[in-house]
Ligand binder design. Sequence first.
Ligand code: HEM
Length: 384
Amino acid sequence: MLELSIVYGLNENDTRKVREMRGGRFLADVINGKEWPPSGSYACIQNQPLQGETRCHNIPVIGAQIIMGGSVMYLWFYRMHNAVARELQSMNPCWDDEKLFYEAREIVIAFVNQIWYYELYPAVLGYDYLLKNKAIYSTWGHINDYNPKLEPAVSIEYVVGTRWFHTVQEGRSKLYDRDGKLINELDSVELTLRTGILPLNRTIQGLTQGYFRQATAAEDYIIDPDMGERVLGSLQTASDVYSSDIMKGRDDGLPAYNKYRQICNLPVAKDFEDLRQWMPDDKVDAMIQHYETVDDIDIVAGFTSEYPMKEAAFGPTLACMMTDQIKHWRQADRFWYENQQHPGAFTEEQLYQIRHMTMSRVICDHGDEVDTIQPWSFFLAGPG
Ligand code: HEM
C-alpha cells in the first residue's frame, strides 16, 4: 500500500495495460463526471448481474477490489493520479507521456506516505510514541536518515500485525446522505469482490459518506460475528477470519506472545496471573482455558487482547512489532519522499506542500459528492 502498488501494479507490463499512454494518465470511463477504470474483469464474483451489477475493474492488482473499503480507496488514488498528471501537463506542456506518468506517480506516492505516516499510524500508535521511536519527526523539512545497510523488505510481523484491523472491521457498512442522515446499511462481507454495486443506486456516494462518518467497531478484541463466520458473504458460509489470523502466526513460525514481549523490552509474564496487568480478566481466563502455559500464547491472540497504549489503539507489543517496520521502511528506502539523499528528491518547497496533504483532502477532491468533511477523517467529527 505504501508504494501504491494497488494503483500502479507490481510490474511495468501490468501497469502499461491500464495506461492511456497520453498525458501520463490512466485509462478512464467517465460516469456522472467522475473517472472510473475500464471494466471487464471477471474477478467480482459477488456482483449480481441480474440487478445490473456488471462493473468489475480491469486493474493491475486484483486485490484492489476485494474489500469494498479498498475498492473505493483505490478509486480515490487512481483519480488523484489522473488529476495530478493533468496539472503537471498544464504546467509543463513539453513533457511526454512517460515523464508525466512517472512524475505524477512519485507525487501521489509521496501524498500517500504523508497520510500514512502522519495521520493513520499516529491514529493507531499515537503521535508521541512514533516520535519517541524516531518513526516520524516533527518537522516540515527533509529527514535524512537513509541507511544503505538496511534491506528494503517487509517483516512478517508487520503483515501478521496488520490483521489487527480485522478486529475493528464493522459487520455493517452504513450509507449516509450529504447531510449525515443514515439512508441504508449493507453487510460488509456481502460487498467483498462486488465493485458492480458501486455506480448503482448512489451506493458509492452513500458508502463514501460512511467512510468518514461511521465509527469502526469497538477496539475491544471482539471480532464482528460476520468476520468470524461468513467472510465472503453468501459465497463462503463458514469461515473464521480471526482463526485464520492466529493460524497465520503459526504457519509463519512466529515466536509466541511472551517471546515478543521480551524482544520488545516489555515485562514478560511469568505465569497467567501476570497477564492481568495488561489485558482484561475475561481474556486472561480464556487464555488459561486454551493454553497449557503462558509461554504458549499465540502472538495474534496476545496482541489483540492487550489494553491499548495511551492515545493509541494498539497495545504495546503490537506497537513495537509495527513501529520497527514503519521506521525501517523510511530508513531503507533511498527514494523515500522525505529524504534529500538522491538526485530526484523533492525540494524544500515541494515537500512543504506535500506535508499539507490529508485523507480528508483526498476524499473531498476525489470522492463522490463530498462537500463537507472533518479535517482529520481517521477520527469522527466532534466538538474537539
Ligand atoms: C469485510 C472486511 C474484510 C474481510 C472479509 C477480510 C477477509 C480477509 C481474509 C479472508 C483474509 C485471509 C485470511 C487467511 O486465510 O489467512 C484476510 C487477510 C488479511 N486482511 Fe482482511 N478482511 C477484511 C478487512 C480488512 C481490513 C480493513 C484490513 C486492514 C486495514 C485487512 C487486512 C488484512 C491483512 C493484512 C491480511 C493478511 C494478508 C497476508 O497475509 O498476506 N483486512 N482478510
